[in-house]
Design a protein around this ligand. Structure first.
Ligand code: ATP
Ligand code: MG
Length: 445
C-alpha cells in the first residue's frame, strides 16, 4: 500500500505552490535562448537504446550504470533519455534538417533519467535546459553558448558561479595524450580504484573524472591534455578564449575537466558553484564534432550544453534571490444560496473570457464557509450574490485588502469590474483605463 502513495526514489513532484516559480524560470530560459536565435525542439522521452550507446558512449557511467533500459512488448530495447543531445541529433538527421541553413540552433527543456544514488542536487528524474548549435565548427559558436549560460545566471542575479574551460582536443591529439595517460596511470596501478583500472585501457581520460579521493589525487599529477593539442585544436581554443575575453566573460582554464560523456572534442566547460554543496556543477557542455557522423550523418561539427534546472533552483534559493509572486485570483463571487450559483457562474464565465481570474463556490457551501475559503485563497475582491443583487441588477464588490466597497451594475459587470480592479492596482488614483488594465493584467484583456 505504501508504494501507492510514495513516489519512486529520486523523483520529485512540483506542487502548485512551486510551479509558478518553475514556469517563471522556464520562461526566462526560453526567452534568453530566443534572443540568441535558439528555437525550441521537443523529442521523445524514450529512444532506441542503441542511440545512447553510440551517442553517449558505451564506456561511460551513464550508459554502463545509469540508464533506464527495458524491452518493450515488441521486444525492442528502449531507454529513457539520460541527456538531451543524442535525441536532438537524431531528430536533426531524421528530418534532414542539415539541409536547412546552418548552424541549426535548438534549445530544449526536458526531463532526463539516470539511475544514480539520490542526494541533494542528484535525482533519478531531473530536468535540463539545453542548447545545441549544429553544423558549425567556429570558436564563436562555443563562445556564444557559454555567453548564453552566463546571461542566464546574470538574469537571476546569481553570483559565485565560476566558469571553467578546457580543450580535450580532437581524436588525433588524443591518441598521443591517451598513450601518455596510460603510461602515467600504469605507474600508479596499485592505488587506482577498481573502476579506474577497468578504464585504464579503454578510456583513460575518464580516470581524471573519478570522484574517489585517491584517484583524484593521482589525477592531479597526470599529464595535461593542453600540452598535447595539435595546432588546429590549439588555435581553436585560443580563439574561444579570445571571444570570451572580448565579451568580458571571466573563466579559468582547468585541464582536469574532461566531462562524463564520450562525444566531446575540443572545448569542454563547466559552470560551478560552491553555494549548493557537493553537486556544484550547474551547467556542463562543450563541442562534439564527431557525434553527428557517429550517429550516421555527414561529418558536421557542433556544440552544446546542458544545465540542471533543479541545481539552478537550488542556487536561486541558496542565494535567496526572489522570484515574482504568484498572481492572485481577482474575484470570488459567493452565491448567498445555491439558487444564485447559476448567475454567479454566468458572470465569472464572462470575466474569464476577458482574462480575469475569478472563482465561485463549487460545493453548495454556506456563505461563511465561502468567505473563509476566499480569504484563504487570498483573492483580491469578493462579491455576494443574493436576492437583492439580482433584483436591483447591482452588486457590491469588496476590496479584501482595503475593505473598500464599490457598487457596480450586473448588466455591465465585466467592464465595470475591470475599472475597479485597475483603480485598486493604481492605488485608487484617478479612473483607470482599459489600456492600464492590459498592462496590469499581463497583456491579456
Ligand atoms: P555530475 O558530474 O554532477 O554527475 P554530469 O557530468 O553527469 O554531472 P551532464 O551529463 O553534463 O552532468 O548533465 C548536465 C547537467 O545536468 C549537470 O551539470 C547537472 O546540472 C545536471 N545533472 C546531471 N545529472 C543530474 C542528476 N542526476 N540530478 C540532477 N541534475 C543532474
Ligand atoms: Mg553524472
Amino acid at each position: 500500500m505504501a508504494l501507492l502513495t510514495k513516489a519512486p526514489r529520486g523523483t520529485m513532484d512540483t506542487l502548485p505552490s512551486e510551479s509558478y516559480r518553475l514556469r517563471h524560470i522556464e520562461n526566462a530560459l526560453s526567452e534568453t535562448a530566443g534572443c540568441f536565435g535558439f528555437r525550441e525542439i521537443r523529442t521523445p522521452v524514450f529512444e532506441h537504446t542503441e542511440l545512447f550507446m553510440r551517442g553517449v558512449g558505451e564506456t561511460t557511467d551513464v550508459v554502463q550504470k545509469e540508464m533506464y533500459t527495458f524491452n518493450d512488448n515488441g521486444n525492442r530495447s528502449i531507454s529513457l533519455r539520460p541527456e538531451g543531445t543524442a535525441g536532438c541529433v537524431r531528430a536533426f538527421l531524421e528530418h534532414g534538417l542539415f539541409n536547412e541553413p546552418l548552424p541549426q540552433k535548438y534549445f530544449y527543456l526536458t526531463s532526463c533519467y539516470r539511475y544514480e544514488k539520490p542526494q541533494a542536487g542528484r535525482l533519478r528524474e531531473f530536468h535540463q535546459f539545453g542548447v545545441e548549435s549544429l553544423g558549425t565548427g567556429s570558436p564563436a559558436a562555443d563562445a556564444e553558448i557559454i555567453s548564453l549560460a552566463r546571461q542566464i545566471f546574470d538574469f537571476f542575479e546569481l553570483n559565485d558561479i565560476s566558469l571553467e574551460i578546457n580543450s580535450i582536443g580532437c581524436p588525433e591529439c588524443r591518441k598521443n595524450y591517451h598513450a601518455a595517460l596510460i603510461n602515467y596511470f600504469n605507474s600508479k596501478k596499485d592505488e587506482l580504484c577498481e573502476t579506474c583500472l577497468s578504464r585504464l585501457e579503454r578510456n583513460p581520460m575518464r580516470i581524471l573524472d573519478c570522484k574517489s579521493p585517491v584517484c583524484s589525487a593521482i589525477a592531479e599529477g597526470a599529464p595535461v591534455v593542453l600540452d598535447f593539442l595539435c595546432e588546429e585544436c590549439d588555435t581553436h581554443f585560443k580563439n574561444v578564449r579570445k571571444h570570451l575575453d572580448a565579451m568580458d566573460i571571466e573563466y579559468t582554464v582547468n585541464p582536469q575537466i574532461v566531462r562524463g560523456l564520450d562525444y566531446y572534442t575540443k572545448t569542454v566547460f563547466e559552470f560551478v558553484s560552491t553555494s549548493i554543496g557537493a553537486q556544484g556543477t550547474v551547467c556542463g557542455g562543450g563541442r562534439y564534432d564527431g557525434l553527428i557522423k557517429e550517429l550516421g550523418g555527414n561529418a558536421l561539427p557542433a556544440c552544446g550544453f546542458g544545465m540542471g534546472i533543479e541545481r539552478l533552483i537550488m542556487l536561486i534559493d541558496a542565494q535567496r534571490k526572489s522570484l515574482p509572486e504568484e498572481q492572485r485570483i481577482q474575484l470570488y463571487i459567493a452565491p448567498a444560496t445555491p439558487e444564485y450559483s447559476f448567475e454567479a457562474m454566468r458572470i465569472i464565465n464572462d470575466l474569464r473570457y476577458e482574462g480575469i481570474s475569478a472563482l465561485t463556490d463549487l460545493g453548495e457551501r454556506s456563505l461563511k464557509a465561502q468567505m473563509k475559503y476566499a480569504n484563504k485563497k487570498n483573492v483580491m475582491f469578493t462579491l455576494v450574490l443574493g436576492e437583492d443583487e439580482i433584483k436591483s441588477h447591482k452588486a457590491s464588490v469588496k476590496n479584501m485588502d482595503t475593505g473598500e466597497i464599490t457598487e457596480i451594475s450586473l448588466d455591465t459587470f465585466t467592464e465595470d469590474f475591470m475599472h475597479v480592479s485597475i483603480n485598486a492596482a493604481l492605488g485608487g488614483i484617478g479612473m483607470g483605463s482599459l489600456q492600464d488594465f492590459t498592462l496590469i493584467n499581463g497583456g491579456k484583456q
